[in-house]
Design a protein around this ligand. Sequence first.
Ligand code: SME
Length: 171
Amino acid sequence: MIVEFSTALLNSFTQQEQLAQTTINMLQRIDSIIERHLDLNQTLIEVAQVLHAEFEHFDWVGFYLDDQDKKGFLKLGPYVGPATDHVSIPYGKGICGQVAVSLQTFVSQDVSAEDNYIACSTEVQSEIVVPILKNGVFVAQIDVDSNTKNSITTEQTELLEAICTKLSPLF
Ligand code: SME
């Protein structure tokens, strides 16, 4: 009994360690992309590629930016995954538009339960959108779509938020 309990505890500790290690590795990879001082689009596409490659259930990873030419709209930026028709989204509309207004991370573990949602594909089951703020002002967001329900973990949420903080000075 005690041995079983200790093994379970050890396994859970090891799992936590692995998760923490994944986060540290990912943040180091993001740092090394940023340190190359590429242009903004190239940096964002490389960040999207790293996330898409690392997490199997991140089926679409991309950025929406505040559209400087169309006030109150988001415009599609670099992304990895299937093409989307949603190249311009009004603030407030869909999960992306809501985040542009609320300035808060939005996690939906089941997009079919959302009443303000724009479907990019019928395959998408869960989604996370994290805002990128510069001096408190919304400039862009990371959007991740997953074809699996309940697939966005707390660790991934924290990782994406940390990445957004690192990307903020580039805007
Ligand atoms: N699902 C998003 C639209 C963007 S696509 O997922 C790429 C939304 O509800 O705002």
